[in-house]
Design a protein around this ligand. Structure first.
Ligand code: COA
Length: 436
């Protein structure tokens, strides 16, 4: 078909958000593209309709970053329930108080869950404007989009000219879509967590272990960002990371990342999603050096493991003396999600000369709580089993847990705990017969 025919099809499918959501009934399961892929106009219109027409039992699934959404208000819970696939930001409170639910999963499995376990009635997403060939881009939210869309009965898109047009496989064709609306509100921008002096120490310690030519993954939080800042003098780094970050833009701009040494996808930074500043969105827009793909490819440990010197850097919440870590709850209080943490630890473990780092500040709450504990806090969700963590870092040093006995692990972890807690931890380790 010619360009004008795709344009004709676009105009045939173009509608208002209100008209589109009038096709969604009570008890529908609505899957959204993740994070900035949430179509704000459609989800707000759906909440308005649910309230006005007393629809009930609609569930709305995604990794949420937007705030002040009507469906998150406490009086909306029986009408529209949010199901978080990663409990962070504005989803945290609703999950903690029980008004929203969450979906435990390794992120690499999210597409499979959409394919085999969770059947969506509706898929909706924000996309960049259509190109002359009839394609839209899921932009900085490729992640699970195609997998959820392919199982949904109906696909609705919200076109936003502020969504970058990203390269990669996160695309959808006009012929696959049931209806389109337009909403050109600026994309939400998220400031990076500020880097503290403790982050800088941990960042510098980890950076010493990263060779030139390594391919890197950064997880969430100020410690991975601090590692990034410490890599500015490295050479020939590559990116293969679930999340594309501001720090990666800095490292590309200063020449430390050039992706030339990657064994697969050379010359390209590979990622699934991004949340950051307009400067980052502009950097991604139509940039052939960055590709966004589905998460079951990017987070697949066998794909990650094809890179030599793969380095993954993630943060955690607490670790016990045998080396199992909780990265997603504070006791029973859900705080985050598994995300891609375990996927990347496993992938780095398969990489020739690869290393995975799990990092933490030794204490929380002004040095009153040790994050290295005899046992995990009651109710803590185990994210990384004791059998998968390789390197573990605090501001007091880095230890390697792989190949260490229970007793050696306890001693190693105590050696990088905050000095105020080392004696107490040693006594607990003795009581648990971990050390003599
Ligand atoms: N006990 C009590 N409070 C704790 C705590 C502990 N063990 N650990 C953290 N906290 C508190 C902190 O004090 C802080 O509170 P404040 O905001 O009042 O200062 C808050 O919890 C956040 O902790 P912080 O360590 O600053 O979080 P972060 O932004 O660095 O993120 C994780 C750390 C672990 C939550 C984050 O990396 C994550 O979500 N990881 C799991 C998923 C993942 O790694 N994905 C990677 C692939 S994209």
């Amino acid at each position: 078909m010619s360009t004008s025919q795709w344009e004709k099809m676009y105009h045939q499918k173009l509608s208002s958000a209100e008209e589109i959501v009038s096709q969604i009934n009570s008890d529908s399961l609505c899957a959204s593209a993740c994070a900035l892929g949430e179509p704000v106009g459609l989800s707000q219109a759906l909440a308005v309709r649910a309230e006005a027409e007393n629809l009930t039992g609609i569930s709305h699934h995604l990794l949420l970053v937007l705030k002040d959404l009507k469906y998150l208000q406490p009086d909306m819970t029986d009408k529209m329930k949010h199901v978080s696939w990663f409990t962070s930001g504005y989803a945290r409170k609703p999950v903690q108080n029980g008004s929203a639910d969450f979906m435990p999963c390794f992120y690499k499995d999210a597409p499979m869950l959409w394919q085999e376990f969770v059947k969506p009635d509706v898929f909706y997403a924000t996309v960049s404007p259509m190109d002359k060939h009839g394609w839209f881009s899921f932009g900085v939210a490729a992640s699970v989009a195609r997998a959820a869309m392919s199982r949904a009965d109906k696909t609705f898109l919200e076109v936003n000219r502020h969504m970058p047009r990203a390269h990669g496989t996160g695309v959808v064709h006009i012929s696959e879509v049931d209806a389109i609306s337009e909403n050109h509100s600026p994309l939400v921008e998220l400031a990076q967590a500020p880097i503290t002096p403790k982050d800088e120490i941990v960042g510098n310690l980890i950076a010493e272990h990263i060779p030139d030519g390594a391919t890197i993954q950064f997880g969430i939080g100020s410690i991975p960002n601090a590692v990034g800042q410490a890599l500015k003098n490295k050479k020939n780094l590559g990116v293969h990371s679930e999340m594309f970050t501001e720090t990666m833009v800095d490292l590309i701009e200063c020449g430390a990342i050039n992706n030339l040494r990657k064994q697969i996808n050379p010359n390209k930074s590979i990622s699934c999603f991004a949340i950051g500043s307009r400067r980052m969105y502009d950097f991604i827009d139509d940039n052939p050096g960055i590709e966004f793909h589905s998460i079951d490819y990017v987070n697949d440990p066998t794909v990650i493991g094809q890179h030599d010197n793969f380095i993954s850097i993630n943060a955690t919440i607490e670790v016990d003396l045998i080396g199992q870590a909780c990265s997603e709850s504070i006791g029973t209080r859900q705080f985050s999600g598994t995300g891609g943490q375990v996927d990347f630890i496993r992938g780095a473990g398969m990489s020739k000369d690869g290393k995975s780092f799990l990092a933490i500040h030794s204490t929380a709450k002004n040095d009153t709580i040790s994050k290295i504990k005899p046992v995990l806090t009651m109710g803590a969700h185990v994210t990384c089993s004791k059998n998968e963590i390789d390197y573990f870092a605090t501001e007091y040093g880095i230890v390697r847990l792989k190949g260490k006995t229970a007793s050696q692990r306890a001693k190693a972890l105590i050696s990088i705990a905050h000095p105020n807690f080392r004696e107490e931890l040693t006594q607990s380790a003795r009581q648990m017969h971990l050390i003599a």
